[in-house]
Design a protein. Structure first.
Ligand code: HEM
Length: 352
């Protein structure tokens, strides 16, 4: 065994990586717990890739076969139902963890100088994660997924000048058809994973280069936090969190497997009470609040432009809040909390 290990060591130099991990320090303080959130997202993404590949062995992205192939996965293929259920629940868990990670780095102001680009690549990762959810929602090709995608892809139309083109581009034509299904499938299984991996590489490179942030209060006081070695101490603690999350994921996936509606009919009228996935509910409710016309301008155009402005502000947050230790920093934190309360309130309202 030791000869085999030495053969690999000579070629791969793994011991240098282990030594590097042992020297790398993770700062220990009362907010260290939030540093587990990033790697938890990675675990869920890994599960998405593994279960997604298994589903793709049997899934057929065509108008005639999509719904039936998923029905077959759930009823005829060994363990198909649990693989589908884990894929669906792990997507939800991944998005929840991305939100928790975002809120934790926002409230600890970990985006402050020099971590502005870490935040910005993170914000793009959020957009990609949401787009993963949006494209995946259509793939079962049932009544609900068709209706929700029609509503969702209609929204860009409200943007002046490029809106019509964006909707057409997303749908692959004027309406949601079989072309939209194959377009969404390709985005979901090739384009988005590649974009996510690329962004992730930059995100993780920056975290490695800059090290983990200290709490703002300690930095202002010029304190030095005690550290814990990344390998094996921090990784062992992270692994304990992963195991708990995995247990939770398997439990809900077994108990609450997602259902599958009858195949979508392009000619049928939209069913009552169409709602998007939970993470789009607050946007959906915001759009409903605006009247048809505000003066000469369509209410939807104003709402979409305001939402776009909000997303841009989130992306540029480290540049807006460039002096987090000042009064301006406190106002930004209060505005962020107000936005969270708004998003939560709107989501609950849209469910009532
Ligand atoms: C697919 C999504 C994402 C993955 C896999 C990911 C992964 C990670 C990992 C592994 C870390 C280091 C450990 C930690 O702090 O948890 C980290 C740190 C960080 N992430 Fe993310 N992240 C994602 C999304 C985001 C989002 C949406 C934001 C914010 C918009 C963000 C901003 C940051 C920042 C600022 C840090 C540095 C924290 C510090 O130094 O204390 N990330 N991320």
């Amino acid at each position: 065994m030791s000869k085999i290990a030495a053969w690999f060591e000579e070629r791969l130099g793994i011991s240098a990586v282990v030594r590097f991990g042992a020297q790398k320090q993770v700062p220990l303080h009362k907010h260290t717990i939030w540093s587990y959130t990033g790697s938890a997202i990675l675990v869920f993404f890994g599960i998405q890739v593994a279960t997604g590949i298994l589903l793709a062995f049997y899934y057929r992205p065509t108008l005639e076969a999509a719904n039936a192939s998923l029905e077959r996965i759930m009823t005829e293929i060994s363990f198909g139902w649990i693989v589908r259920s884990i894929h669906s629940w792990s997507a939800t868990f991944m998005i929840i963890t991305v939100f928790v990670h975002l809120v934790s780095v926002a409230l600890t102001k970990a985006y402050r100088k020099p971590r502005e680009l870490t935040w910005m690549t993170g914000a793009l990762l959020l957009a990609v994660s949401l787009f993963f959810g949006f494209t995946g929602y259509l793939l079962p090709w049932d009544e609900l997924s068709l209706a929700a995608t029609k509503v969702g892809t209609d929204i860009p139309k409200a943007v002046p000048v490029v809106g019509e083109w964006a909707t057409k581009f997303l749908r692959g034509g004027d309406d949601v058809t079989g072309d939209t299904l194959s377009r969404f499938f390709i985005l979901h299984v090739t384009v988005l994973p590649l974009v996510l991996l690329l962004l992730l590489a930059v995100h993780v490179y920056l975290i490695q280069k800059l090290g983990m942030s200290l709490p703002l209060e300690s930095e202002i006081r010029g304190e030095k936090a005690p550290g814990m070695s990344f390998w094996p101490n921090f990784v062992a603690r992270e692994a304990a969190v992963w195991l708990v999350l995995l247990g939770l994921l398997i439990t809900v996936a077994v108990l609450f497997a997602p259902s599958l509606g009858p195949p979508a009919d392009l000619m049928a009228p939209a069913p009552e009470g169409v709602k998007p996935e939970w993470y789009f509910l607050f946007l959906f409710q915001t759009l409903k609040l605006f009247p048809a016309k505000v003066g000469f301008v369509s209410g939807e155009t104003i709402a979409v432009l305001l939402i776009g402005l909000g997303a841009l502000a989130l992306f540029l947050l480290p540049l807006i809040d460039n002096r987090p230790e000042t009064r301006k920093g406190k106002i930004v934190a209060a505005a962020f909390l107000a936005f969270l309360a708004y998003a939560l309130g709107m989501s609950v309202w849209s469910l009532l």
